[in-house]
Design a protein around this ligand. Structure first.
Ligand code: FES
Length: 151
């Protein structure tokens, strides 16, 4: 796997800890009308507050399993929560959750890899317009993309 030439800026979450958090997420998931297991962002925020852990850690646990999706509608924002963690992906996820709480106009999809590892942290916004790649993503570029495509 290619990585950025920049040195990592963050530590990634221990895999066994992520797996445990994935189980906690499964426990609060519920089936959608279409039968897909879903977890809402408010439920994830509540879980993270109860357990005293960042909500981004729970989101990073989601791509480890196949079953649970984050509930939402609208354009899909894919955020790499794999090795991109070492280049700030968890900060991106925290920012995206804050943003979603103010404007729930998109669907968050944490993924294990976007095949843009050398441009970490990587995000993609998919909507009717097509696809916008944000790599390396910044909070400002994410806001700008969401502003232009979801308002
Ligand atoms: S680890 Fe591959 S794009 Fe993030």
């Amino acid at each position: 796997m290619k990585t950025p030439t920049r040195s990592p800026t963050h530590a990634d979450i221990d895999m066994s800890r992520l797996a445990t958090m994935g189980v906690e997420v499964e426990e609060i998931a519920a089936p959608s009308a279409a039968g897909q297991m879903e977890v809402t962002i408010p439920a994830l925020v509540e879980l993270s507050e109860d357990r005293g852990r960042p909500v981004s850690h729970y989101l990073a646990a989601i791509p480890l399993g196949d079953d649970v999706k984050v509930a939402g509608t609208g354009p899909v924002l894919k955020v790499c929560a794999g090795s991109c963690q070492q280049w700030g992906a968890l900060d991106m996820l925290e920012h995206v959750v804050e943003r979603w709480q103010k404007h729930p106009s998109f669907q968050l999809l944490p993924v294990a890899c976007l095949d843009r590892c050398d441009q970490a942290p990587a995000c993609e916004l998919h909507g009717d317009h097509g696809q916008l790649v944000l790599a390396p993503a910044t909070k400002a570029s994410l806001d700008e993309a969401l502003d232009s495509l979801t308002s």
